[in-house]
Design a protein around this ligand. Structure first.
Ligand code: MTE
Length: 389
């Protein structure tokens, strides 16, 4: 006969004794069995933890919302520790009336709620010359997707009154880097906001508490955290972050500049190197897709390195400039797989292969690598980051 399963036949402790009462944890934390679900860094990537990055554990998540405590962090001079009562936002430059706002002032203005992805331009940047990091957390984890609550940038700028020659804004942070970037006025007036909340509660310090810029669909570097000043001008400021950094060096030595938009991209999060296949028979392939130009229209998945494609099932809300979740339900009999995903967005743009991307962009770049990722699943289920030549 079949050996009885004690988890069925015997009463377990959690079924026998009272558990913790309410208020044991006034602010909830995940189960102790979820302790692997954490942000991780790659120690050799950067010289110091204050000017560094860690990565969202995409392979441990589902749906489209990134839990606040798992949003990757990227900062140039550490996390600013700001008392919101002492935070000020100044708007100056080419305006009728220079203004200073307190956080209370901002919270009395009309609010909006939006779900957007934020992707660092350097996401997948280590993969330009070939497959390198073993895990979608490391190859694709510089992305997060949360619901923001805040005030539209247009509302704030209207209050100050733009001069006719106002063409660019300079957004500046209150951190030790005083990180700043130039933003074209059309984008600012179109869909940008300053957010004070994420996923229904105050921003986390790592994400810019008490106030950050939200620049939908555009590279993460523009999303200035701990924002303290907006200067209005008639031309870009040529800051470090838009000259020496966040430009794309091409094969012929020229550099692309002001490459703001994050093009359509996708990745299979499961299986992936940190989440190998463990079971023959029924399995769920799962992944994420996004586009900075609109919505994701379709995601195709290949199991054989791009020879044959099937359309994945998108499930959950499909918002503009937000992550979408896709699935392929499949049976695995232990054969080797070469898994790829390819996103198509509402403009008709199709995510390119890495070779197609390199033909246009060369391999000198760090930023804007949205090429198709390949995972090799071996017959034992172990999964590796590979490239198809
Ligand atoms: N804002 C300030 N003030 N200082 C910074 O170092 N880093 C930028 C941007 N905003 C940064 C900043 C970069 S490069 C990115 S990719 C995003 O914040 C990262 O946002 P996150 O930490 O919420 O993931």
């Amino acid at each position: 006969g079949v050996k009885p399963d004690p988890l069925i036949t015997e009463i377990q402790d959690w079924n026998r004794y009272l558990g913790d009462g309410v208020d044991k944890k006034p602010y909830g934390v995940p189960s102790k069995f979820e302790k692997n679900v954490i942000r991780r860094d790659v120690s050799w990537l950067t010289a110091s933890p204050e000017s560094s990055v860690n990565f969202t554990p995409l392979h441990e998540l589902d749906g489209i919302i990134t839990p606040s405590g798992l949003c990757f962090e990227r900062h140039h001079s550490g996390v600013a520790d700001i008392n919101p009562a002492e935070h000020r936002l100044m708007i100056n430059g080419l305006v009728d009336k220079p203004l200073v706002f307190t956080m209370d002032d901002i919270k009395r203005m009309p609010r909006m709620n939006k779900v957007y992805f934020l992707e660092c331009a350097a996401n997948s940047g280590m993969e330009w010359r070939g497959a390198q990091l073993n895990g979608c957390q490391f190859t694709h984890g510089m992305v997060h997707n949360v619901m923001y609550t805040g005030v539209s940038l247009k509302t704030l700028l209207d209050e100050a009154g733009l001069k006719p020659n106002a063409k660019w804004l300079m957004l500046e942070g209150a951190d030790a880097a005083a990180m700043n970037r130039s933003l074209p006025i059309e984008k600012a007036l179109n869909d940008c906001m300053l957010a004070f909340a994420m996923n229904g509660e105050a921003l986390r310090p790592e994400q810019g508490y008490p106030l950050r810029a939200v620049i939908p669909g555009w590279e993460g570097n523009l999303w200035v955290k701990w924002i303290r000043r907006i200067e209005v001008g008639d031309q870009p400021w040529q800051t470090r972050e838009e000259t020496s950094k966040y430009t794309d060096l091409l094969a012929d030595g020229r550099s692309r500049k002001h490459t703001f938009v994050m093009d359509a991209k996708s990745v299979v999060t499961n299986p992936s190197p940190q989440a190998p296949l463990k079971h023959k028979g029924r399995n769920v392939l799962s992944g994420l897709a996004w586009s900075g130009r609109g919505t994701v229209k379709r995601v195709d998945v290949s199991m054989d390195g791009g020879r044959n494609w099937q359309t994945a099932r998108i499930d959950g809300p499909v918002f503009d400039k937000s992550l979408v979740r896709f699935y392929v339900d499949f049976d695995w009999n232990g054969q080797e797989l070469m898994i790829q995903s390819r996103a198509m967005d509402s403009t008709g743009y199709v995510q390119p292969t890495k070779d197609e991307l390199r033909k246009v962009r060369g391999v000198n770049s760090i930023y804007h690598n949205n090429g198709i990722q390949t995972w090799l699943v071996r017959s034992g289920g172990e999964t590796e980051n590979v490239e198809i030549g």
